[in-house]
Design a binder for this molecule. Structure first.
Ligand code: CAA
Length: 282
């Protein structure tokens, strides 16, 4: 079982993962090159833990566990020292991730497991430059991490059974429901989720209905907790665009990114995190 975890990348997913590991009593180092990002992340984590306590979802001890178990670092090598589980949650760009894995592999211990939170990139390809690809696995969390129950554990061609078991065990310890899936583009979740999200954007482009109405259609008509456009705002338009581009290249036309999505991303409207996407979040 993991005693010390390093989470690399203090964006939405990384900070959510670090929150959950720390409040489960696992020593957690949240690592990001930007000290400002780490400060913002810690503030968000504290607020979320307080909200969880207020809602009766976190025990009051979560506040103390967070204080004693969460630390931060701007140095990958320092952050990974002594960790037995490293979870990477940096942007969905193959080169950024593989560069970090190379760096991490040089400093981690013999038994440490390296996991990626990628939502679509191939696990086998991500691990192709590693010396120990058998200790590499996908651990795909969902946003908001403290609330969402699923962890998709993705088996690379060379992931060992012991590595898969360790990822499943960690997810379970964190109170999540793991599923183990094959390394296939978009895995079991992003591939299906994207179909709905992209089609909703095309419907908006062609004037079928407004963003509010399209979302309401799925919220009330299909009982989705959140409509596909609001969900795209929550996930991040840049994140969804990157996944769509990859799935378009791997699977086909149904994943071609709509022009409106490209336009909003190029204008810096990335959804909730920037205050505007398909909806106004300001
Ligand atoms: N800590 C712990 N629990 C919390 C919490 C916190 N900080 N804040 C809220 N909660 C709990 C609440 O108590 C509540 O629990 P119950 O349902 O048992 O009452 C639940 O979480 C929902 O909280 P709220 O009532 O505050 O919020 P809401 O009802 O408006 O729901 C939502 C918000 C959970 C985001 C909901 O709209 C939802 O499920 N949306 C869909 C999210 C989704 O699909 N995410 C996946 C995105 S794809 C992805 O992430 C992968 C990728 O690769 C990009």
């Amino acid at each position: 079982m993991a005693h010390r975890i390093t989470v690399i990348g203090a964006g939405t997913m990384g900070l959510g993962i670090a929150q959950v590991t720390a409040i489960h009593g696992i020593q957690t180092v949240l690592c990001d090159l930007s000290p400002e990002q780490l400060t913002t992340a810690c503030r968000q984590i504290e607020a979320s833990v307080e909200k969880g306590i207020e809602k009766g979802k976190n025990p009051v001890e979560a506040r103390d566990l967070l204080k004693s178990c969460l630390s931060t670092s701007t140095e990958v090598a320092e952050a990974c020292q002594g960790s037995d589980f490293i979870i990477e949650a940096v942007p969905e760009v193959m080169q950024i991730k593989t560069k970090i894995f190379e760096e991490v592999e040089q400093v981690i211990s013999e038994h440490a497991i390296l996991a990626t939170n990628t939502s679509s990139l191939p696990i086998t390809k991500l691990s192709s430059g590693l010396t120990h690809p058998q200790r590499f696995v996908g651990m795909h969390f969902f946003n908001p991490v403290p609330i969402m129950a699923l962890v998709e554990v993705v088996r690379g061609d060379q992931s060992s059974e012991a590595t898969i078991d360790a990822a499943v065990e960690l997810a379970t310890k964190l109170g999540k429901e793991p599923i183990v899936v094959k390394d296939s583009p978009g895995f079991a979740t992003s591939r299906l989720g994207l179909v709905l999200g992209l089609e909703a954007i095309r419907m908006l482009e062609t004037g079928v209905a407004s963003a509010q109405e399209i979302d309401k259609a799925m919220e009330l008509g299909y009982r989705h907790p959140m409509g596909p456009l609001r969900l795209t705002d929550l996930v991040g338009l840049d994140v969804r665009l990157a996944i769509a581009e990859y799935l378009h290249s791997m699977i086909g036309e149904q994943f071609r990114p709509p022009e409106l999505l490209r336009q909003l991303v190029s204008e810096g409207h990335l959804g909730k995190k920037t205050g505007r996407g398909f909806h106004d979040w300001s």
